[in-house]
Design a protein around this ligand. Structure first.
Ligand code: ADP
Ligand code: MG
Length: 267
């Protein structure tokens, strides 16, 4: 069954969308079947995968609000090698319209129930707020990936996010876990970065991915070509870092499976 990962941080500009698109493409490069769900009305992940948000007949809005089957809305992002459930400005209305529905928090979860078997990974790019769309992602997800910039205020918002995650785990989605914290736009020459990074590891231990994503201009350029960075400049430090992250994610998942296998009984 496909693993559903919500890429969340209510702070804007921390690298959620960049991580979602490039991790998705990197997982696909390891022959995993990947679906990217764009849950941000800005549609940046959609555009970043080479899907024009202005040309959509249907979008994730229809899936969430009108309960249109996801398979009727999913499109192929061929260069990225992934499937995309796209979004655009229509999604702005979803928050209010969802509130009028029963089960408003479980709409995405229900939509994915019948298709998650078709994928190895489903990555959800969340909007920069803890709103109803983010709640839908957290209710649907198995794990949360939190991209963050190691700067002075980075740890501040983290408490609110952790509370939201544990609130949803306690009520709607007992299986929900923090999958990992990802240090983005990392600059080891900056002493504040190094200090915040140290605090983060002190607090969250091995939940912090060993892979760090460096600041790399290729990562910022690639979306305007509708390409993940590995298709734009495969030798760039950004491309190498996201491939490494995909490797770390897969290794952790395999290790988790081994640990879960019951000990063989001894006679
Ligand atoms: P979010 O989705 O959290 O708002 P984005 O992924 O859109 O954040 O990133 C914000 C901006 O920073 C974008 O312009 C993006 O291209 C740029 N960016 C993200 N990660 C990096 C990086 N590692 N190096 C350089 N620029 C980056
Ligand atoms: Mg974004």
């Amino acid at each position: 069954m496909g693993k559903i990962l919500a890429i969340t941080n209510q702070k804007g500009g921390v690298g959620k969308t960049t991580s979602c698109v490039n991790l998705a493409a990197s997982l696909a490069a390891t022959r995993r079947k990947v679906l990217l769900i764009d849950l941000d009305p800005q549609g940046n992940a959609t555009m970043g995968c080479g899907v024009d948000k202005h040309d959509l007949e249907l979008s994730v809005y229809d899936v969430l609000v009108h309960r249109t089957p996801a398979q009727d809305v999913i499109v192929a992002a061929e260069e990225a090698g992934i499937a995309v459930l796209p979004s655009n400005g229509d999604l702005t209305a979803a928050e209010v319209e969802l509130l009028e529905q029963v089960d408003s928090e479980s709409s995405l979860r229900q939509a994915l129930a019948s298709i998650r078997d078709e994928y190895d990974f489903i990555l959800v790019d969340c909007p920069p707020s803890l709103n109803m769309l983010t709640v839908n992602a957290l209710v649907a997800a198995d794990g949360v990936i939190i991209p963050m910039q190691c700067e002075y205020y980075a740890l501040e918002g983290l408490a609110a996010l952790m509370e939201t995650v544990s609130g949803i785990a306690a009520t709607k989605n007992p299986g929900l876990q923090i999958e990992g914290l990802l240090r983005t736009m990392y600059d080891p020459r900056n002493s504040l970065t190094v200090e915040v990074s140290r605090q983060l590891i002190g607090h969250f231990g091995n939940k912090v991915y060993r892979t760090v994503i460096p600041r790399n201009v290729r990562l910022a350029e690639a979306p305007s070509h509708g390409l993940p960075v590995m298709k734009y400049d495969k030798h760039s430090r950004g491309a190498v870092a996201y491939l490494a992250l995909a490797g770390e994610l897969i290794r952790r998942q395999e290790a988790g499976k081994v640990r879960k296998t019951p000990e063989p009984e001894t006679a």
